[in-house]
Design a protein around this ligand. Structure first.
Ligand code: NAD
Length: 339
């Protein structure tokens, strides 16, 4: 394999990483090496381009320093795009240790391996690695929760509330430190809630669709008033790509589609579309299946992103609004479940 043209993608068998690979591997001049541990959240069936000449899969753990060293030596990566994470807040409440290992220690291992491969020492990239970049994919949850007004800006103080968001915040700080201490060429993106094809069944939108068509109760936490800023996964992937191509080192970019919706609205909208696309046998609405359940402990009330910086500096805009993106998403899941 030709050297100096290899990109390491971590967590590429998961939801967002697989959408990134499916979008950018085709006809790309770079080789993409997907390193994924294949936890319960990773699924090789998510990769639609597995046979592409410029795609290679490696099963492995970002906590395995020896493996990272071997991969960096073999492929001499020129970019790292770091998606791998434990990503489900509910799991971080029941099993926080895995979040500390992967999200914090794993990110540190990657940063340090990249540093050792790419740099002579602080502020000194090796000549042959002068164009390298490390893109860290993070979340808006690091900013904590909002009241009914206000938006998360890149300058908003971090105030993570769950073990998940605390572990992502820690990883963001490590990435930041490698820029300020060593001048490593790093960029961080903080994105709002994603939805779209290939999302794991456990997350809110796939759960609503699946429970509806399986004729089960559709569980909604608390009173369903918690608000998230929803972004179609393809728009997130485009934002990541722009950040890699045009982002400034050491900077963070918030990505969000200005599509705030509360959980009850999401459930209602999905039920209305399912009533149209795949009506119930008894012709009643899927809305009858919605059931409010005990709230998640420490449930953040509202997240909303101010995406002005990535829009103005990098020219990013979201193609989809919630209504157009959710229709595509439901159509994809109906095919997946053979409905
Ligand atoms: N899903 C969202 O709404 C959202 C929003 C903003 C940011 N993010 C961030 O985007 C990234 C990707 O999220 P996602 O929703 O695709 O997650 P996901 O849970 O669907 O996928 C994570 C992938 O990482 C792999 N992985 C987990 N631990 C690993 C390890 N130790 N070594 C190697 N691979 C490992 C899993 O096997 C899986 O394929 C995460 O960093 C997440 O914090 C997600």
């Amino acid at each position: 394999m030709q050297k100096r043209s290899n990109i390491l993608v971590t967590g590429g068998a998961g939801f967002i990483g697989s959408n990134y690979i499916n979008t950018f591997v085709p006809e790309n001049k770079y080789n993409f090496i997907n390193l994924d541990k294949l936890t319960y959240a990773g699924d090789l069936d998510n990769i639609e381009v597995a046979n592409a000449q410029n795609y290679t899969f490696v099963e492995g753990d970002i906590c395995d320093k020896e493996l990272l060293k071997q991969l960096f030596q073999k492929y001499e990566f020129i970019q790292v795009i770091h998606f791998a994470a434990e990503s489900h807040v509910d799991n971080s409440i029941t099993n926080p240790a895995a979040f500390i290992d992967t999200n914090i220690t794993g990110t540190f291992n990657l940063l340090h391996e990249a540093y050792q491969m790419w740099m002579e020492g602080p502020h000194q990239l090796k000549k042959e690695f002068k164009d390298v970049k490390f893109l860290h994919v993070s979340t808006d949850e690091v900013y904590g929760t909002l009241g009914s007004t206000g938006l998360f800006k890149e300058t908003t103080a971090y105030a993570p509330n769950s073990p998940y968001s605390a572990s992502k915040a820690s990883s963001d700080f490590l990435v930041r430190s490698y820029f300020h201490t060593y001048a490593m060429p790093v960029i961080t993106t903080n994105c709002s809630n994603n939805y779209g094809p290939h999302q794991h069944d456990e997350k809110l939108i796939p759960t609503i669709i699946r429970k509806a068509i399986q004729k089960e109760q559709i569980p909604i936490y608390g009173d369903g008033q918690n608000i998230r800023d929803w972004l179609y996964v393809y728009d997130h992937c485009q934002g990541i790509q722009l950040a890699i191509e045009k982002g400034s080192f050491g900077e963070t970019y918030n990505i969000g589609g200005r599509n705030e919706r509360n959980n009850l609205y999401i459930a209602d909208a999905i039920c209305t579309l399912l009533d149209e696309l795949s009506p119930r046998d008894d012709e009643k609405s899927y809305k009858d299946q919605i059931k409010f359940v005990s709230d998640r402990p420490g449930h953040d009330f509202r997240y909303a992103i101010d995406a002005t910086k990535i829009e103005q500096e990098l020219g990013w805009t979201a193609d989809e609004n919630f209504e157009s993106g959710i229709r595509k998403t439901i159509e994809w899941y109906l095919k997946k479940y053979n409905v």
